[in-house]
Design a protein around this ligand. Sequence first.
Ligand SMILES: [Mn+2]
Length: 307
Amino acid sequence: MAPAWLSPRADAITCQVIAHARAVGSRVPARPLVHTGAMISLLGVPLDANSSHLFGTAAGPASIRAALHSGSGNDSTEDSVVVVPLLDDIGDVKIANERGSVADADAITAAVAIQLETGRQVITMGGDHSITFPILRAFRDVTDVDRRPVTVVHIDAHPDLYDDLDGNPLSHASPFARALEAGCMTSLVQFGIRTATPHQREQAARWNVEMVTPRRLDRFDLSTIVGPVYLSVDLDGLDPSVAPGVSHHEPGGLTFREVLDIIDALPGPIVGADVVELNPSRDLNDMTAMVGAKLVKEIAGAMLARG
Ligand SMILES: [Mn+2]
């Protein structure tokens, strides 16, 4: 019999996720995941229909997977935690990849909620940034009080606070507006932001968003961020010289080391994360895929080390 928390809809989506993962050759559990110890579920969301400029991020999860298992590197974090075998790749969420789709958003929420309710930590690979709102809904509703409410730490060139973009309230430029409206977090702290419009400044003021531009990074006290933290990394928060495989090249971004330093300095536990906006059609020699894969490894190491 299905557990009480598992709605018929969520149950159906679980089956779809597992079936899809099997179809693409991912390693999937033969039975529901129930407190299997220090493993982190790695979930892909091949969505780019909510992009505003270029398409291509739907291919992001496959590129990060390939980089994670590339012979170019190894399975360890910089702190020598052998982390890749602790990532349980459960495949991709089955979605229609349609612009503004509520059903796609619901499928993402359900797929993440299933992992959280079975005791798993989750790192999600995008996909465009619209996936973060439905992910945060799952964290809002999780019954485990140690995992909520979250502070969201958001690394990006863009604030993603538009009320809507081009008439799409589920645009990749709006996930944090939706998540704030829906009560998904206690506070939002953004790093790397260098494209805020007056409208987005107004939105930030409305919700007391802490927007740390690259100019201000050295002067921001990271110890003021209280956990638990959900970490959302848009790869365009890094400088295009570091991460060219993104749809929006915005000069003046963070270095890879600055992003790692931010992660290292977070005082609280990291209870969930996403790495989004890899557009392999824009990448050069898979270097951005490797940036995404290394971020997945280092974030996973931080999650395991700090609960
Ligand atoms: Mn961005």
